[in-house]
Design a protein around this ligand. Structure first.
Ligand code: PEP
Length: 246
């Protein structure tokens, strides 16, 4: 199955208006690589301004609340993000699962809320180092994926990001064989729930992806792109990752 590559930057809690020039440069680079879908998941404070300058790169959020409105101080609904200019959002990033105690059920509810507001969704899963070392990673992450998967999951609005927690921001990545085995396992797990839709669903790799390793990672059969943190913060670092996907 021919799946378009999807490369998404996750700026986390980085970026002020002074960095909008990087957004603009990344958007221009994306325009020159039309065979790749490119996006930037930004701090919510930048979404409106970034949407005006991001060119061919779509702008996404990093999380949304599962409710439409209400007494949830400091939270943002999916409709608020859509109104600001986001067209997608990450849900279930390991930093939120860990820092905010988000459960698999929360993640599935957030994905549904995002979809209802018209956002596309990137749903993150991944194992701890202890799980990897115990030799259980594929089974554990497959279970996490199925427990986090929203009803109606389909390739036209949902992508999965496999992000080993121990690879995020550390400069370490799994072996290529381990990445291949995990992505194949996740696609097989998806097929048990959504049948042939699993063939079209993009499964991204995330965790210390950069210009040096992106080509090799994205050449793996079931790796359909990347979710990129540190190497997405400037156009100079992100451009080689986009190029590797093209
Ligand atoms: C991430 O947190 O989504 C991520 C992949 O970060 P990094 O690329 O910096 O490891």
């Amino acid at each position: 199955m021919d799946r378009r590559k999807l490369v998404v930057g996750n700026w986390k809690m980085n970026g002020l208006a002074a960095q909008l020039g990087e957004v603009e440069a990344i958007g221009a680079f994306a325009a020159a690589h039309p065979s790749v879908d490119v996006g930037l998941c930004l701090p919510a404070t930048l979404i409106a301004q970034a949407s005006a300058v991001s060119g061919a790169a779509f702008i996404g959020a990093q999380d949304c609340h599962m409710k439409d409105s209400g007494a949830h101080t400091g939270c943002l609904s999916a409709a608020m993000l859509t109104e600001a200019g986001a067209t997608s959002t990450i849900v279930g990033h390991s930093e939120r699962r860990e820092d905010q105690g988000e459960s698999d059920a929360d993640v599935a509810a957030k994905a549904l809320a995002a979809r209802a507001a018209g956002l596309k969704v990137i749903l993150c899963v991944g194992e701890s180092l202890a799980v990897r070392d115990a030799g259980d990673a594929e089974a554990v992450v497959s279970r996490q994926l199925l427990a986090s998967l929203p009803d109606g999951a389909a390739a036209d609005w949902l992508a999965i990001a496999y992000e080993p927690i121990w690879a995020i921001g550390t400069g370490r990545i799994p072996t290529m064989d381990a990445v291949a085995a995990m992505h194949a396992a996740l696609r097989a797990a998806l097929a048990t729930r959504i049948g042939t839709q699993a063939d079209g669903m993009r499964i991204l790799y995330g965790g210390s992806m950069n210009g040096d390793n992106a080509a090799e990672l994205m050449a793996i059969a079931d790796v359909d792109g990347g979710l990129v943190g540190g190497a997405s913060l400037t156009a100079a670092k992100f451009a080689p990752v986009i190029e590797a996907a093209g």
